[in-house]
Design a protein around this ligand. Structure first.
Ligand code: 17E
Ligand code: FE2
Length: 434
């Protein structure tokens, strides 16, 4: 036995817990040997790493379904995004892109991946701008993907930030990006110059994906225009091509402006198509509504309604200190908390769903095959100092331990506060209920 976690509450997916505490035994090959009910009378094994969970939560790792590692940590370079719009963000990035180097991208992406690992995120889908004749960022991220492979899984989306048809040579760059190892095909139909070009860009993305057996993840309808309706095209292509759940529409913020009749039609289509939606609450609470007076729209996709319709929806972080969000940490529990408030998933049965939107629901977006703490699967998990998904969210805890394939990757001791309180001697306090 390499490791045993004793007496943990097991997250089984969808924010739900196994009925009683469990022991998770990790074999020498780094896979889960057994998951058995906890027996406090049983002696722990004499060898291997012993982790006493004391009723803490054990969950499969967090999954980041949508981040931009190529743009991370560039906020303010060469100038800040003064208007706070998506469009000015793209203009700022277009300027910053000119000075990209391999070393620059590797350093920034690696730094954020380390933050993510410490926060228990072991699977990451990053978009990578390929509207660059040199494809500098793509090659650099492919190198990072190989370097971290042992501990983290990185999926790279060929993302045409400045368009496929509207950017000179955009189609060729997409094919070249796939040839150089992109895992997923992206698109940005609402940015193309015409509606027809937007539709054509999605056809092109699906053709490319089908030809190479890849998934599709498009930035789709990220605009407060109720007439931006590319998600119906994406879903129909997914349905008819058979790609189904291998296709994802990210952002889809125009949905926040669709009328009820059209929304109903769309819910039915999206469910039938099997596509995933990724809502990025930080980015879109920041970027959307910038052209509105009052009342000002929230500018998010229809999270609650689409979940109710049976569509898989996940939450993504999108940005870490870049032209679209000067803040950002990569912390999935922040994403989920922000998302659950923004989408009003605040009912007692909805809060755990927000947890699943950064764990098992996000894993479905990436198509992860061996995800979950089950016998024979790689022993990758987080131990959270909280008794339930809802408490982990409320307290915004950092994982006590992050384990990747049976290896202890990160450990964060509880933080103590030196408190001087009236009528009490000054002392160290560790708050479990902040
Ligand atoms: N690019 C884009 O088109 N939309 C975004 N939200 C980000 C980059 C972060
Ligand atoms: Fe994005």
């Amino acid at each position: 036995m390499r490791m045993i976690v004793r007496g943990a509450r097991l997250h089984t997916g969808e924010g739900r817990l196994a009925p009683g505490p469990v022991d998770v035994e990790v074999a020498e090959d780094g896979r889960v040997a057994r998951v058995v009910p906890y027996d406090d009378q049983k002696e722990p094994p004499a060898t291997g790493t012993l982790i006493e969970a004391h009723g803490d939560l054990i969950s499969a790792p967090f999954v980041e379904p949508h981040i931009h590692l190529d743009t991370a940590l560039t906020a303010g370079e060469p100038r800040p995004n003064a208007s706070g719009t998506l469009w000015e963000g793209i203009a700022c990035w277009s300027e910053r892109k000119q000075s990209l180097t391999r070393e620059d991208v590797i350093a920034r992406a690696t730094e954020v991946l380390r933050w993510q690992a410490a926060q228990g995120v072991l699977y990451v889908r990053t978009h990578c701008d390929v509207t660059d004749d040199r494809l500098v960022a793509l090659d650099a991220l492919a190198e990072v993907r190989d370097r971290v492979r042992e501990v983290m899984t990185l999926q790279i989306v060929a993302f045409p930030q400045e368009g496929i048809l509207s950017f000179p040579g955009g189609g060729k760059l997409m094919s070249e990006a796939v040839a150089r190892g992109a895992d997923v095909v992206g698109a940005i139909p609402h940015f193309e110059d015409t509606r027809e070009d937007g539709v054509a860009s999605l056809h092109l993305a699906f053709e490319l994906a089908e030809r190479h057996g890849l998934r599709v993840d498009a930035h789709c309808d990220e605009i407060d225009d109720e007439q931006s309706r590319f998600v119906e095209v994406l879903a129909t292509l997914a349905l008819r091509s058979g790609l189904g759940g291998r296709a994802t529409a990210s952002h889809t913020t125009a949905m926040g402006s669709y009328n009820g009749a059209y929304s109903y039609k769309l819910q039915r289509l999206l469910r039938r198509s099997g596509i995933n939606l990724v809502c990025n609450p930080f980015a879109n609470l920041n970027l959307q509504g910038r052209f509105d007076g009052y009342p000002r729209r929230r500018g998010l996709t229809q999270v609650k309604e689409m979940l109710a319709a049976g569509v898989n929806v996940a939450f993504g972080h999108d940005d870490v200190m870049d032209p679209w969000n000067a803040l950002g940490t990569g912390n999935p529990l922040q994403t989920a908390l922000m998302g659950l408030y923004a989408a009003q998933l605040t009912g007692a049965d909805e809060i755990p769903t927000a947890f699943s939107m950064v764990t098992d629901r996000a894993a479905r977006v990436l198509g992860l095959e061996e995800y979950g703490i089950t016998e024979g699967a790689p022993a990758s998990f987080v131990l959270l100092p909280a008794p339930s998904p809802a408490e982990a969210l409320r307290r915004q805890v950092r994982p006590r331990h992050v384990v990747s394939r049976g290896h202890l990757l990160a450990t964060t001791p509880p933080a103590a506060t030196h408190l001087t309180w009236p009528d009490e001697p000054p002392r160290e306090v560790t708050f479990t209920h902040p």
